[in-house]
Design a protein around this ligand. Structure first.
Ligand SMILES: Nc1ncnc2c1ncn2[C@@H]1O[C@H](COP(=O)(O)OP(=O)(O)OP(=O)(O)O)[C@@H](O)[C@H]1O
Ligand SMILES: [Mg+2]
Length: 274
């Protein structure tokens, strides 16, 4: 059994309601896992369960060789699981610099490295959290999580609601921290092209179970399978983005290339700065 992160037969939900159904999944150190799936399939619940915010009914979570299934969220955070929730959490009345410093824990990540990853935050370091645009707040939310020096970072729809140019900037930064800096991450992302371009492995969830697991490169190279798994063809009118929609709407020219050109593995060097 891999000893970094392993979930075994995990059944979890809220109160009596079961959302995740016997999920078994491993993540290796240095790997980025994308979680895909339609609205309401349990993507956020999976991250919440890793953080300890749901009721686990069966199964176990092993983290760094230890069973953390019953640990509370604060203890999990102390053991190195970092979390960027879907609602960006920044302090509006603290400056960017203060937002970063108040959560700092010892480790390789410090304000200088966060500013290197997000040059925009350096420019805005004297501004208050409440003065930032949505994209800058998201960068700050990620920066804050990095300042806690997690060994695993959980990101829930980091691109949601952001302008295409910012999406591209953020995607570059996430690729840089996962690939160049070797951070292990689990990223929930609705836009499949973008998600696959940022990850090594991908799972597709359906009603709380894993419908597909494979390499992101393989899935990105098979748009027909991707469409089938995400029900794109039959759900185009239900707000589900298709691969084409995602390519054009989400990430600008880079993502408008053919799917096969997109996977993470196709970016061997540090991404170019924009
Ligand atoms: N706090 C909660 N209490 C009870 N049920 C919840 C709670 N949060 C989510 N659920 C339910 O759990 C199921 C999975 O929700 P979840 O938020 O994990 O889906 P998701 O895949 O993240 O969806 P989205 O793409 O809309 O973010 C849904 O049926 C949802 O209504
Ligand atoms: Mg969600």
């Amino acid at each position: 059994m891999p000893d970094f992160l392993h979930m075994e037969g995990l059944t979890a939900g809220y109160g009596q309601a079961v959302v995740l159904n016997g999920l078994t999944l491993s993540v290796n150190r240095g790997e980025t896992l994308a979680i895909l799936g339609r609205n309401g399939v349990g993507k956020t619940t999976l991250l919440e369960t890793l953080m300890g915010n749901t009721a686990v009914k069966r199964g176990a979570i092993h983290w760094l060789g230890q069973d953390i299934t019953r640990l509370n969220p604060a203890d999990r955070a102390r053991r190195g699981i970092g979390w960027v929730p879907q609602e960006r959490e920044v302090f509006p009345s603290l400056t960017v610099q203060e937002n970063l410093q108040v959560v700092a824990l010892p480790g390789v990540w410090n304000t200088a490295r966060v500013y290197e990853l997000f040059p925009r935050l350096r420019e805005r370091r004297g501004n208050y959290g409440g003065q930032l645009s949505g994209g800058e707040q998201q960068m700050l939310a990620i920066g804050r999580a990095l300042m806690t020096n997690p060994q695993l970072l959980l990101l829930d729809e980091p691109m949601e609601g952001l302008a295409p140019i910012i999406v591209e900037e953020l995607a570059d930064a996430i690729r840089a921290m996962c690939q160049r800096d070797g951070l292990t991450a689990i990223v929930v992302e609705q836009h499949p092209v973008l998600a696959l371009s940022m990850s090594h492995q991908a799972i597709v969830l359906e009603r709380g179970s894993i419908k597909y697991r494979g390499s992101s490169a393989d899935l990105a190279g098979n748009p027909a399978l991707l469409g089938e798994l995400l029900g794109v063809a039959s759900h185009r009118n239900a707000g589900q983005p298709s691969a084409d929609d995602a390519a054009h709407a989400a990430a600008g020219p880079a993502a408008a290339q053919p799917l096969a050109a997109q996977p993470f593995a196709a970016h061997p060097a540090a991404p170019t700065a924009h």
